[in-house]
Design a protein around this ligand. Structure first.
Ligand code: K2U
Ligand code: ZN
Length: 169
């Protein structure tokens, strides 16, 4: 099936605050499967609902090397965080740009799984970074928000130019 369109910075729809998922039903799980396909095809290791213009609190991710450990987080919430880690971050919504971002190195979150059950999990290092990156998307935040205004504006200008060129074919 065709991958979903991934919205690109500075599309204002990426700034929408995502609403809680009201119910885990067949329609939602069908979208989840399309989000996993879109993420693997990109390729990426995470994807949040707002990136595919679905403004509910839904994240898919898979940080495994073999791409065989899919993780679905519905209505995730941060319980605890500790430490600090700086990594070079990219984003499927900010294609071609990578910048260092500092986040918590260890986190504990609550979320709902595909069976509608609430669970708690701990994460560290890349998985922790990815979850925080994706949870930012649910708040309408992007990794470029952690950069200087000058750097963010430069990335914005370059992406707008590229998008204009792509639109002109
Ligand atoms: O939200 C997204 O656009 C997915 C990101 C997730 C991510 C960003 C930074 C750090 C960790 C995860 C994409 O997967 S960006 C592409 C990528 C691929 C492999 C490793 C890091 C980034
Ligand atoms: Zn992203």
């Amino acid at each position: 099936m065709e991958p979903l369109e991934i919205l690109e910075f500075p599309d204002p729809r990426l700034r929408t605050l995502a609403k809680p998922v009201p119910e885990v039903d067949g329609k939602l799980l069908a979208l989840v499967e399309r989000m996993f396909e879109t993420m693997y095809e990109a390729p990426g290791i995470g994807l949040a609902g707002p990136q595919v213009n679905f403004h509910q609190r839904l994240i898919v991710l898979d940080v495994s090397d073999k791409k065989d450990q899919p993780l679905l987080l519905i209505n995730p919430s941060l319980r605890e965080e500790s430490g600090e880690i700086e990594t070079l971050e990219g984003c499927l919504s900010v294609p071609g740009f990578y910048e260092p971002v500092t986040r918590s190195a260890q986190i504990q979150i609550d979320a709902i799984n595909r069976d509608g059950e609430t669970f708690t999990m701990e994460a560290s290092d890349l998985l922790a970074v990815c979850i925080q990156h994706e949870m930012d998307h649910l708040e309408g935040n992007l990794f470029v928000d952690y950069l200087s205004k000058a750097k963010r504006q430069l990335i914005r200008k370059k992406l707008l130019k590229l998008q204009k060129q792509q639109a002109q074919g």
